[in-house]
Every structure is written in C-alpha cells, then in structure tokens.
Design a binder for this molecule. Structure first.
Ligand SMILES: *[C@@H]1O[C@H](CO)[C@@H](O)[C@H](O)[C@H]1NC(C)=O
Ligand SMILES: *[C@@H]1O[C@H](CO)[C@@H](O)[C@H](O)[C@H]1NC(C)=O
Length: 405
C-alpha cells in the first residue's frame, strides 16, 4: 500500500495511475469538468447528473480518468437519497460514494463496478455526498447516472397512531418513516390529510417499495384513499414498485380527506415514498376586488345572471357586464368631449388654429451604451438528460471545486 497526494491508500497499480494524473492535471481536469463538479439537488423532484460522456447510457467515459463531484442538499437537516445506475468495466473502473464531502468519510459505495440490473439506492446521514470515479486504460463503458433528491423524514407520528394533518394552500411533504433511509419492517402507518377548502392535490415524487405484483402487493405497499375510510372502493392508488418504476403520480381527491397508509412485512425494506400535498379549493379562484365589484353589479343590474349556479359562467357574465358598463361610460364621455371640442373649434377664427412650425434642431445623441462584459463561469456543456427530470443547474452560490489532481 502507498499513499497518494490526497491521503488515500492505493494498491501499487492505482498509485501509478495517481502519479500519472498528477503529472497531467490539465488533461484530467478537462475530462472531469464536462459535468459540473457541484450538484445542488431539489427537494421536490429528482435531479439527474451523469459521468462525462454518459449520453443516456449510450456513450463512453474516458480512459485514465479520476474525477469527483460534490452533492450538497443545501441544508444541515436535509439528507440525500441517491439512485445510481452504472456500467463500468471491472476491476479498474470504479465508483465511490462517500457519506460526506471528503474521501475519508464512510464509503456508501466502495469502488463499485459492473452493471447492476436496477438503480442502486444510497442515502447519506448528513447534507453532502462525494462521488468519485476512476478508470484505467482498458475497456471503457458508459459510466454512471445519479438521480438525487434532498430529503428528510416527514412521517411525523403516523406510524404509532393515525396522524391527522390539515393541508394548507402551500405544499406540505409526507414521507415513509426514516426517509430517505429504509422504512422499518412491520410498519403500519396511517395519515389522514384534510383539506379546509374542498379537496386535496396529491403528488407522489418518489416511490421505492419492495417490488411485487402491482395488483396484489402482498409484501410492502403504500396506498392512497379518497376519503377518511380505508376501503377497497375508495382506494385510488396502491404502489409496490422499486424506483424508478412509479416515478410520479398526481391526482386530486373528490373528498375533503385523503388517507395514506404504509404497510410493510418482516423483510426487504426499501426507501418508501415522498409525496407532497396541498389543499385546493373547489370554488373558482377570483381576486377579491373583482368579486366585490361584480357582486355589486349583479345585484344592481342583472338578477338573471346572479341566479346562475355555474361559477365559471357567472364570473364570465359578470366580467362581460363590467366591460359593457365601463365601455358605455367611456363612449359617452368621449362623445361629450368630442362635441365640446368641435363646437369650440368652429367658433374660433381660422388663423388661430395654425401653429407656427418650429425650426428643426437635432437632438443631442445619448452616449453609446457599452455592452457589459459577460462573466465567464468556465462551465461547459453538460450531457443531455432524460425528460421528466430536473437537470442540474450550475452550482449557484457554492464554491466550485475543480479537479484537484
Ligand atoms: C388538481 O387540482 C389543481 C388545482 O385545481 C390543478 O392545478 C391540477 O392540475 C389538478 N391535478 C390533477 C391531476 O387533476
Ligand atoms: C383520481 O382520483 C379519483 C377520485 O378522486 C379516482 O376516481 C381516479 O381513479 C383517480 N385516478 C387515477 C389515475 O388514479
């Protein structure tokens, strides 16, 4: 064993690679900077990034690469849930994921290589993850794709007794227990989400439950019921699929309460679910001003329109009425002004209406505005990413760490 510059221990063959990279730093930094080295994931959708040249799994990485990326959830209480898809050539091309921002932190993925059949989940215990990839000079494959979301446990007390949560017009989160880590065995959780305004919007953001026949879900499952009861006839969604099979699901309730449950058996636990919900009003949304004005108009002018039960139609008629009345007022005013002006003009002597022409004087030109020089941020093009995912924005407000070898 020998030591590289960064203090990690390498076997002799890797040590040679390490030295080579130190000597040709600019080459490796160019290779690595294809992907922004800092990733700030979202809390409400998966952020995707991939190794240089990945090209949705059809490309290849470079030989002799040694790169790292830092993922930062953005807050101390937000952890990271990572699903990694990869295809590397063993044993020389390896990926490491550290639970922290240094390669001395615990390795969640300790030099994995090969081609797993499904994305592998990892979760951190704090805000950072450091991802490293090394390759040798032999066969190159496509590399890795990481789907990552910043997350925390929003399960509350729903796994000890039914927890009632009142929804607001802003989104609130709900997760399985321990999220983004695994839900426990023999979980039996229940949440009653209630809308004070009419009904609820439910958006499932992440689903990762032990895979099973989706029509029966005999092992682990979570369910969404339209109503306060937990019956087959109001069950609107049952999920028992591993990520990314049910990546998103959205629906609105017809009842003012939605019941969410999670049931797990004694073995094979996954990451569970993350969903968000908010209260949505059944009434047509109008601004308070419009409502006041139009209501007054309705009672004063048109009793027929006011009796309309359809909110949308009512609003349209009210707007039409306001338009007609204001339009008429404007037209009357305009006519009066025109008549007054015409009468005045006719009564004036002709020569007084002719104004003398001013001699032409060129206006002074304003000084030419120089375009502001654009600050180069040194970022380069990123590989294209699949639809339905948020692509990583260049690390806003974070220190950019460029290759350090
Ligand atoms: C649910 O309701 C909201 C607000 O009315 C709407 O924006 C959204 O599209 C609806 N979602 C579905 C899945 O119908
Ligand atoms: C959406 O919810 C309604 C009840 O609110 C249900 O009847 C319908 O099947 C649901 N749609 C989907 C796609 O789950």
């Amino acid at each position: 064993m020998s030591m590289c510059a960064d203090g990690r221990k390498y076997p002799l063959t890797v040590l040679q690679l390490c030295i080579a990279n130190v000597l040709v730093t600019f080459v490796s930094s160019q290779t690595c900077s294809v992907v922004d080295p800092n990733v700030l994931p979202s809390t409400s959708e998966m952020t995707v990034f991939s190794s240089p040249g990945y090209n949705a799994g059809t490309g290849t990485y470079s030989a002799d690469m040694d790169c790292f990326w830092l993922i930062d959830s953005g807050a101390a209480d937000l952890k990271l849930l990572i699903f990694m898809t990869y295809d590397t050539s063993c044993p020389g091309d390896k990926i490491f994921i550290y639970d922290g921002n240094a390669n001395t932190d615990t390795a969640l993925a300790n030099g994995v290589c090969g081609t797993p059949s499904a994305p592998t989940p990892y979760s951190t215990t704090q805000r950072y993850a450091r991802v490293e990839m090394v390759s040798d000079s032999n066969v190159e494959k496509s590399g890795f794709q990481i789907d990552v979301i910043a997350a925390k446990d929003y399960s509350g007390t729903g796994c000890t007794a039914t927890q009632s949560i009142t929804a607001t017009s802003s989104y609130q989160m709900l997760t399985s227990p321990n999220f983004p880590d695994k839900y426990p065995s023999n979980s039996n959780c229940r949440w009653a989400l209630t809308s004070p305004d009419g009904y609820l919007e439910i958006d499932v953001i992440v689903s990762d439950v032990e895979d099973d026949d989706p029509t029966s879900c005999d092992y682990d499952k979570y369910l969404i019921y339209d109503g306060a009861n937990k019956c087959d006839n109001n069950n609107i969604k049952m999920i028992c699929s591993e990520y990314p099979k049910v990546t998103s699901y959205s629906n609105n309730s017809t009842e003012s309460t939605v019941t969410v449950t999670l049931e797990s058996d004694g073995s094979v636990n996954r990451r569970g679910f993350l969903l968000r919900f908010r209260s949505v009003s059944t009434a047509t949304t109008t601004t308070p001003t419009t409502t006041t004005v139009t209501t007054a108009f309705i009672s004063a002018i048109s009793s027929t329109t006011a009796r309309t039960t359809n909110g949308q139609l009512l609003e349209m008629n009210m707007e039409l009425l306001v338009g007609v009345v204001f339009g008429s007022l404007l037209l009357i005013s305009f006519t009066i002004i025109t008549v007054v002006v015409v009468v005045k003009k006719v009564s004036m002597p002709l020569e007084k209406t002719i104004t003398p022409v001013q001699p032409y004087r060129p206006r002074p030109q304003p000084p030419e505005v120089q375009p502001r020089p654009r600050r180069s941020n040194g970022s380069t093009q990123r590989p294209s990413l699949p639809n339905g995912h948020k692509t990583q924005a260049a690390g806003i407000g974070t220190t950019r760490i460029v290759s350090a070898w």
